[in-house]
Design a protein around this ligand. Structure first.
Ligand code: BGC
Length: 780
């Protein structure tokens, strides 16, 4: 079941209210009324008493101190750095620390808090563990491309094992922002464009991080971010305005946050953007009415980096005003900005905030510390021996390779160019051919890129000495000196080959001419995606295009191994390459995983979690769009249709697309009924046959269309998927079960309803190529 729901009758409709139900989670259970006398009830009572007693002893300043999160140490992830750290901790002015890890470093600060402050309240230790901690998995967009929930959960579990052994107990993940705009650099950190896939992934990641018991020393608290709608930044420009109807918000953007919260995530991070005019960090409707009152979220809310301070630039007033605005909206902890620290006491005197609200925020932070078991043992995450035994264990590294293979998406494979034979000569060419740094992507936590496997190394490992490899860089990533300087100022680590473009291309062409096949490793460097890395042109940069065009002229088979943190526009590549493999930034084991696929040791199974546009002017382009009143039906000379004069409406590769070395054939979906009673389940059966020459995995996708509604409904919406392994020639019948919530949506009154009428069910291997069946939902 995707949503908990309850039914009520309203004007002949089902009224389902999943956004109003209390979270059904293990971790949330402490804050939800438990059965009297139960173990959860006892725990809750113990926690309440402990915290009430503690808060009795706290001064106002000590309470405000808990609302202060500072950055110390290794990484700076924003424009401001915390100062006077030791003194602040000692005087009880710090509730938590982030960017400090290793048991030794964390212990040092924890000792200050526990031994040298008046009330000995331990600190929380947070960090951006996004797609792995020491063992690095594919970037989040790549993880999503696996559609493999068990594998994604395992990646979060391994990250939690390593992070918790490394002094940490809180991770700023999962990031569940829906994004329909590949210009936005942070699409790389997301699960892509779909609310259903995004919700499933958010849910399993929380479970992977938190397990079933947060007090264990190998679990960490999750932080769902960036609440909310951060991925809808106008123009794909980071931090920009978002403005959308509530109907769109509830149906299309909010579900993944809700799913992660229902899975029990202990904390939420506010986003930088404003929402319909009010910044998220000062948005009382968002943080209190929706998050607390409607969703029943019991955990705490931390801001994003200096997000309270930034409300001044948003036009919300001076420091004192934005401080009061944030607290009154429902924010509990201030990341780095020290706005609460410097203003709340004054706000209290002025009467712009109330003591009760400071108390509530403080209590929520202390509850998080209790839930993590920090009052019982503040040093439980600082065992150096455990750290040594845990980091990059062989089984974690093996899992990273396996998950990376599952994340790769085969976009084209003309004439079965792939898999490659392990004989002859391969020309491995391109700026990414031998790079290690880029393999682990951006936000790669405490990952060490020197331990990452480059593509060249991976090919050598997998193909062995029977294949001759000739290499050439062929091109620099980019030739824009200003962009290189900007990237390198912030960890871009781009080396620029001083040779002229012509010289580099000539060398590459020579290598290609001596080979049987060209493998061109092209794309973005890791710094070209991620935070503050929006791009207006998302094609391959000019020097790499020139290289590909020169390689094409050699007439040798051209295999493009693409590395990027976002969908790129690839019309030339699609026309001219023989094969294209999308590999994102595949993590510590990238090279081995890619080579496994190139040489057929693993048959690719990944599917795109985001639409690939043909041209940047089509953006936003997403599969679950509405129909206009004048839909274009392919009649070229029709004028008054919703279309472009100069480009098609179609994507280059649709959502859910991905090839295999084998082929699959779908039968027509068979429905358990074509007249579905209100409130009943619908079973959809479909046969899938492996019709090609390899065993392989297929991700079968089910989409639904509600043909007539009180609001215009998307042309299709993903409502289920299954990953199946089929032997060569094998046929399997899959059953999908749709429940009433799958048929429901938020109407203009924000009621979650399933409206009687006609529906279409579509099943296929991507969102475009589907088999359809129809049914009618009956009224009550
Ligand atoms: C990012 C967050 C991140 C935080 C802490 C911010 O700039 O938006 O995603 O968790 O920094 O590093």
């Amino acid at each position: 079941m995707k949503h908990p729901f309850r039914t009520a009758l309203l004007m002949g409709l089902w009224l389902l209210t999943p956004l109003l139900d209390a979270p059904q989670s293990v971790a949330a259970a402490t804050a939800v009324a438990a059965t009297p006398g139960s173990a959860a009830d006892d725990d809750q009572a113990k926690m309440n008493k402990f915290i009430a007693d503690l808060m009795q002893k706290m001064t106002v300043d000590e309470k405000i101190g808990q609302l202060n999160l500072i950055t110390v140490g290794f990484d700076v992830t924003g424009p401001v750095v915390s100062k006077d750290v030791d003194a602040s901790i000692r005087r009880g002015a710090v509730g938590g620390v982030f960017n400090t890890f290793t048991p030794k470093a964390a212990r040092k600060l924890q000792e200050m808090a526990v031994k040298q402050t008046r009330l000995r309240i331990p600190l929380m230790f947070g960090y951006d563990v996004i797609h792995g901690h020491r063992t690095i998995f594919p970037i989040s967009l790549g993880l999503a491309a696996s559609w493999d929930l068990a594998a994604i959960e395992q990646s979060a579990r391994i990250a939690a094992e390593e992070a918790s052994a490394d002094g940490l107990n809180w991770v700023f993940s999962p990031m569940v922002d829906i994004s329909r705009d590949p210009r936005w650099g942070r699409i790389s950190e997301s699960a892509g464009e779909d609310p259903y896939l995004g919700s499933e992934i958010g849910r399993v990641m929380v479970r992977g991080y938190q397990g079933t018991d947060l007090t264990k020393n190998n679990t960490v608290m999750a932080c769902v971010k960036h609440f909310a709608l951060y991925g809808a930044a106008e123009g794909g420009r980071d931090y920009n305005t978002t403005d959308m109807s509530r109907v769109r918000m509830y149906n299309e953007y909010l579900p993944p946050y809700k799913a992660a919260i229902d899975a029990g995530a202990g904390s939420v991070m506010s986003s930088f953007n404003d929402i319909n005019g009010v910044p998220a960090t000062g948005n009382k409707w968002l943080m209190t009415d929706l998050l607390r009152k409607q969703w029943g979220f019991p955990g705490f809310v931390v801001t994003d980096y200096t997000a309270i301070n930034e409300m001044t630039a948003h036009g919300m007033g001076d420091d004192a005003q934005v401080s009061a605005l944030a607290l009154n909206a429902g924010i509990d902890q201030d990341m780095v900005g020290e706005i609460f620290l410097k203003n709340l006491a004054r706000n209290l005197k002025d009467g712009t905030v109330q003591q009760a609200d400071i108390d509530t925020a403080c209590r929520r932070i202390l509850e998080a510390k209790w839930k993590l078991g920090l009052f019982e043992d503040p040093y439980r995450y600082t065992d150096e021996k455990r750290a040594k035994q845990t980091m990059m264990k062989p089984e974690y590294v093996a899992a990273a390779r396996d998950i990376a293979r599952k994340s790769l998406v085969l976009l084209k494979n003309q004439g079965q160019t792939l898999p490659l034979r392990s004989t002859g000569t391969i020309a491995l060419i391109g700026p990414l051919a031998s790079r290690q740094r880029d393999m682990i992507g951006s936000w790669s936590g405490a990952g060490d890129w020197k331990q990452a496997v480059s593509l060249e190394q991976g090919i050598r490992n997998v193909a062995g000495s029977s294949v001759k490899i000739v290499t050439a860089q062929g091109a620099n990533f980019i030739d824009d000196a200003q962009m290189i300087a900007r990237l390198n100022a912030h960890g871009g680590e781009l080396n620029v080959d001083p040779r002229s473009a012509d010289e580099m291309i000539a060398e590459a062409v020579k290598a290609a001419q001596s080979a049987d096949v060209i493998v061109a490793a092209v794309g973005e460097s890791q710094g070209m995606t991620g935070e503050a890395a929006s791009r207006a042109d998302i094609g391959l940069p000019a020097p790499q295009m020139a290289l590909l065009k020169a390689l094409k002229k050699t007439g040798k088979p051209l295999v493009i191994v693409l590395m990027a943190g976002r969908p790129l526009t690839l019309p030339w590549e699609q026309q001219n390459a023989d094969a294209i493999l999308e590999t994102w930034f595949a993590g510590s084991q990238a090279g081995n995983a890619i080579a496994d696929v190139l040489f057929g040791r693993y048959n690719p199974s990944g599917k795109l979690p985001a639409t690939f546009p043909e041209s940047v002017g089509q953006i936003p382009l997403y599969y679950n769009h509405k129909s206009t009143g004048r839909p274009y039906a392919g009649v070229a000379l029709d004028k008054y249709k919703s279309r472009y004069l100069d480009v098609s409406n179609d994507p280059l590769y649709p959502f859910g697309f991905g090839l295999s070395y084998t082929t699959f054939k779908y039968g027509k979906p068979e429905l358990s009924t074509t007249s579905l009673a209100s409130g009943a389940m619908l079973d959809v059966k479909v046969t899938v046959q492996n019709t090609g020459n390899y065993d392989g995995e297929e991700i079968a996708q089910l989409y639904l269309r509600d043909l007539v509604g009180s609001i215009s409904r998307p042309v299709k919406e993903l409502k289920g998927f299954q990953k199946v392994m089929l032997k060569k020639g094998e046929t399997r019948t899959l059953t999908f079960r749709l429940n009433p919530a799958d048929l429901s949506f938020y109407n203009t009154d924000l009621q979650f309803v399933a409206e009687p009428g006609d529906f279409e069910v579509m099943v296929g291997g991507n969102s475009r190529d589907v088999q359809t069946a129809a049914f009618k939902l009956l009224g009550k």
